[in-house]
Design a protein around this ligand. Sequence first.
Ligand SMILES: *Cc1c(COP(=O)(O)O)cnc(C)c1O
Length: 391
Amino acid sequence: MIFQSDRVGQIPPYLFAEINKKKAAMIKSGVDVIDLGIGDPDLSTPEHIVERLMEEIQNPLNFKYPSFIGCEEFRQAVADFYERQYGVRLDPDTEVLALIGSKEGIAHLVPSLIDPGDTVLIPDPSYPVYRMATHLANGHSYSMPLKYENNFEPDFNSIPKEILKRSKLMFLNYPSNPTAATVDQTFFERAVSFAHEHQIPIAHDSAYNMVTFDDYKAPSILQAHGAKEIAVEFGSLSKSYNMTGWRIGYVVGNKDIIKSLSILKSNVDTGQFTAIQKAAAFALNSDQSCISRHNQIYQERMKAMLDGLSTIGVHVNPPKGSFFIWAPVPEGYTSTEFVTEVLEKTGVIVTPGNAFGPAGEGYFRVSLSVPTQRLYEAVERIKQKLSVKIG
Ligand SMILES: *Cc1c(COP(=O)(O)O)cnc(C)c1O
């Protein structure tokens, strides 16, 4: 007897499992492993946000079951943020929904919008949750390959008509994990007009909306003409304010899509702890200089790592956003072979591109989520131990 549904049983084994086994063995044998595989930043939540939580946690009014759609302060703070950042007006009562982290909302959106057998259009490579949630909802994933020559944007016109007819949802994600690609507003205009033409709702994942460099400002899909009629956007406090463990995010945009998701959610969970929502509202409403401070650190690390990679003949255009580098593996290697060689020679872990979908083969992802000194150490090891061999 196996106590497991077919759907759970069919979830493919974690591609990184082999690397993790090797990592454990190397640490055991005394190797100083530097893990650039994880997407969880080392930087800490700014103190003013932590202090606000400590105040909120002492207010018994916050101890009750939270509101299904999120507390008013949080929804209003998200609406105010959209007006400030993008010039987009949102009704906090119908166009904003609080989430227990955006991953939760993304996973629950799929069964809110599709029935078994329906198709979901998913970027390849991408954040694995889009594909897994579709699988768990008995839906079909259609991969939209993201190619370097297209700025890692999907080619909408290459999707077959029969697929479009069966598609009930499309995911997009910029600044992108894992490709670090960014887009300008004209891309979202094209995406939204395509969505209207084929009546396919879009869910844009903007987890890295505020992790951007120099004068690049990531646009919102809701700035596109007619977007509110067909699109929602997921956002999160996780990456902007280093609050990954707090589990607080939101979805904004089309009110019918948000209504469907909130009906499903109100029958599954009861929302995030109100004290956390209130501290998150405070984060959105207060001084934002912590964001540019953190971005500066990521950009510094990015420069160091790009420099290190160029010594082994791996050249990447400097990303305008996210804390990832998406790099082609040197000639003659598969993603897995290269990642294994890097680990064995230098003790540095990077993620094989195919972990994010078959179109990720031939690439590897570097996450800049370790303290800067450790990052420099990783760069040194790559320069010394790999440049002779590969470069
Ligand atoms: C980290 C990440 C998320 C999840 O964020 P949470 O709000 O912490 O659940 C969503 N999408 C992408 C692409 C991410 O990298």
